[in-house]
Ligand binder design. Structure first.
Ligand SMILES: [Fe+2]
Length: 208
């Protein structure tokens, strides 16, 4: 089932049965490899905003993308205080990483970010819309850690991106799990001019 259809069905179910269903049991977000570009140095101005770096003359190149969602457990309850880390290529597909040999990355883009989920499990990152590079479809790497839950490393994809279907890592998942990693993306001029918004919830499995 597509993510869009899941969202529509979830919305319809909430209208029929009230908000209680919003906390229905959920499938844990599938794990994906961290890949070769996981950040090695998290020091400096690292926070939820990857687009603006303190003291730099301008913001990052590329389209601003607000990635928003919640961290939940498999009962659908919010997970507060989860530590979320993301990293991704810049607007031209280059990572801020010592292994990046293609070209220097955008000096105005942070390349990675960290934040904590709030009391309601909500989180937000301000970043740029990911682009494809070297055989990979557009994606954002995620790591999530919270006491009592299994640490999660995964990747977020853009729903409806035709290049997803040619991506080995994405296609390595079955249909249902692919849908869990696809974030619907839409214009978000209400948040910021010319920006888009990607909605991506993460569901953590309990520790065993
Ligand atoms: Fe990557």
């Amino acid at each position: 089932m597509s993510t869009r259809r899941q969202v529509v069905l979830a919305g319809a179910a909430m209208l029929l049965a009230g908000p209680a269903l919003a906390r229905a049991p959920r499938i844990a977000t599938p794990a994906q490899v961290a890949g070769p570009f996981a950040p090695v140095d998290w020091s400096g101005d690292v926070d939820w905003d990857l687009v603006h770096i303190e003291g730099r003359a301008r913001d990052a190149y590329g389209q601003v993308c607000h990635v928003v969602g919640r961290v939940l457990d498999i009962a659908g309850e919010p997970v507060a205080g989860a530590r979320l880390s993301i990293w991704q290529a810049d607007a031209l597909g280059r990572y801020h990483h010592p292994r990046e040999r293609r070209a220097d990355p955008d000096p105005y883009f942070r390349g990675f970010g960290r934040t904590l989920s709030g009391a309601d499990g909500a989180y937000r990152f301000r970043t740029v819309t990911p682009v494809p590079y070297q055989g990979r479809t557009a994606h954002i790497h995620f790591q999530v850690a919270a006491p009592g839950h299994r640490p999660l490393t995964t990747q977020m994809y853009l729903a409806g991106n035709p290049q997803n279907r040619r991506d080995g890592l994405f296609m390595g998942l079955d249909d249902a799990r692919r849908g869990l990693l696809e974030a619907p993306i839409r214009p978000a001029g209400d948040i910021e001019a010319d920006a888009v918004r990607a909605d991506f919830d993460l569901v953590l499995a309990p520790t065993v």
